[in-house]
Design a binder for this molecule. Structure first.
Ligand code: A2P
Length: 278
């Protein structure tokens, strides 16, 4: 069953194949209940970020689930605006405290530039931050390190400066928006691609073409979208605040035929017009 399966990062760390996304899941009872429900239904991988503001609610849900910390895989992210070595340590410790844990499974640089300055060249700052990440990894405070929203030209300088490749790149990825250049580079270099917004934040869910195909497989459209990511060897991070959806989003033990995958691959740009935020 998919909920028991893992991808293996290039450093040997196992990462559950579906993660529970928590972007835009409101702090407080909403995040608490959603994560508690996800854990109850078999998710063991929770994806958050300091910037989502919900780390403390997630920690409460984890604590109340009584699941052994070692069975869980927790990802969080350094705020995109922090581009210094000291800042990375400072915010890492804040996340540790918020999440009430003594280590993080996967720590990501949230974006190559601050969200208010999308596209700005922050290569020097990213290198400083990446050096801090490598140090956190060496100190075993994190089991894996990576990036999010990075392009190959943002990744290469990090590797040149430290000789350490990110283990993960988390990008916006769904049917019709597969970011070929980034995905190919990462997969060729054994960097796992994680797919955030695998349902295009909900806007693929009324698509007639996809509805028809979902009907054929007798699955929901959301399940089709999530399975598509897995067929592409990317790790989907679906999110929902409704228990029945949380449950069904992890029940994707079917396969999509080669022909249908080719057809889905051809549906370029069926999702919403591009915008960037995770
Ligand atoms: P809700 O939280 O009300 O269930 P993405 O994962 O691409 O960011 O998409 C998340 C959006 O998709 C949310 O608005 C969520 O709404 C909705 N959603 C998640 N799972 C399902 C599902 N199985 N069926 C319908 N809508 C879903």
């Amino acid at each position: 069953m998919i909920k028991d399966e893992c991808f293996t990062l290039y450093n040997g760390v196992l990462i559950p194949k579906i993660g529970f996304g928590t972007w835009q899941v409101a702090d407080g009872e909403v995040a608490y209940e959603a994560v508690l429900s996800a854990l109850k239904h078999g998710y063991r991988h929770i994806d958050t970020a300091y910037a989502y503001g919900n780390e403390q609610s997630i920690a409460r849900a984890i604590q109340d689930s009584h699941i052994d910390r070692k069975e869980l895989f927790i990802t969080t992210k350094l705020p995109a605006s922090i581009k210094s070595y000291e800042g990375a340590f400072d915010y890492f410790n804040r996340s540790l405290k918020n999440l009430n844990t003594d280590y993080i499974d996967l720590y990501l640089i949230h974006a190559p530039w601050p969200w208010e300055e999308v596209g700005k060249d922050c290569t020097e700052g990213n290198i400083e931050v990446w050096k801090a990440f490598v140090e956190l990894y060496k100190q075993k405070k994190v089991r894996a390190i990576g990036v999010s929203n990075f392009h190959p030209e943002d990744i290469v300088p990090l590797i040149e400066a430290t000789k350490v490749k990110p283990m993960v790149n988390q990008i916006r990825y769904f049917i019709g928006n597969t970011q070929e250049k980034v995905t190919t580079y990462c997969q060729e270099n054994d960097i796992l691609v994680e797919a955030y917004s695998p349902l295009a934040t909900g806007s693929l869910l009324n698509n007639e073409i996809l509805l028809k195909m979902a009907e054929k497989y007798q699955v929901s459209l959301a399940q089709l979208c999530i399975r598509y990511c897995l067929e592409k060897n990317t790790l989907p991070l679906p999110k929902s605040t409704h228990e029945e959806r949380i449950l069904s989003n992890i029940e994707v033990d079917f396969t999509i035929s080669k022909e249908d995958m080719e057809y889905l691959d051809s549906l370029k740009g069926i999702g919403p017009v591009r915008y960037l935020r995770s």
